[in-house]
Design a protein around this ligand. Structure first.
Ligand SMILES: [Zn+2]
Length: 184
């Protein structure tokens, strides 16, 4: 895809089944993400990258502490073409739901410098970091797509996933199927 980046949100061990903050069926995003990679020249990812103590853990179980196995990419994910990892939630009072809040590199500048104006968002979780990242991108004027097979939701409430899709669409994000990627 021209002028486009594949963006992989927080596909990390702690968000997969068996992890500290497991997203139900979160592991099912890995195969579609791996398939999508070949359609992109630019592949980027974010990681939740928390300090050992943060206000974020008042709200959530301890997860994705920087440098730990829980914060690592799972072995099944093809990371060979990830060109940059954006680290977020790195401060004591920093939730870092959106990858645009990354502190090691400014995602918006990174994309603009490279002439990337389309973002295809995948990963975990639909109702938190995927949603926050996709909506932030749309508000900044990027053309944003979320591939529904390549995302999974936490669903603290059973309809959170549906609500997240609706909120993203209201912000101008397009929810697409994997097989539509070649027509973009
Ligand atoms: Zn977190």
């Amino acid at each position: 895809m021209k002028n486009a980046a594949l963006f992989i949100v927080d596909v990390q061990n702690d968000f997969l089944p068996g992890g500290a903050l497991a997203v139900p069926r979160g592991d099912e995003v890995i195969e579609p993400v791996n398939r999508l990679i070949s359609s992109f020249d630019t592949v980027l990812a974010s990681k939740d990258w928390h300090p050992p103590r943060t206000l974020h853990f008042d709200q959530w179980p301890v997860h994705c502490v920087r440098g730990t196995e829980g914060a690592a990419f799972p072995p099944g994910l093809n990371i060979s073409r990830i060109q940059k990892i954006f680290l977020k939630g790195t401060g004591y009072a920093d939730d870092g739901y959106s990858a645009f809040e990354a502190t090691n590199e400014d995602l918006e500048s990174y994309l603009r410098i490279r002439g990337i104006d389309r973002l295809v968002v995948t990963g975990l979780a639909t109702d938190y970091c995927v949603k926050a990242t996709a909506i932030a991108a749309a508000r900044k004027g990027f053309e944003v797509y979320v591939v529904k097979e390549a995302v999974r939701a936490v669903n603290l409430q059973p309809d959170d996933e549906q609500k997240a899709f609706e909120e993203m669409q209201a912000a101008g994000v397009r929810i697409i199927s994997e097989n539509q990627i070649h027509r973009l």
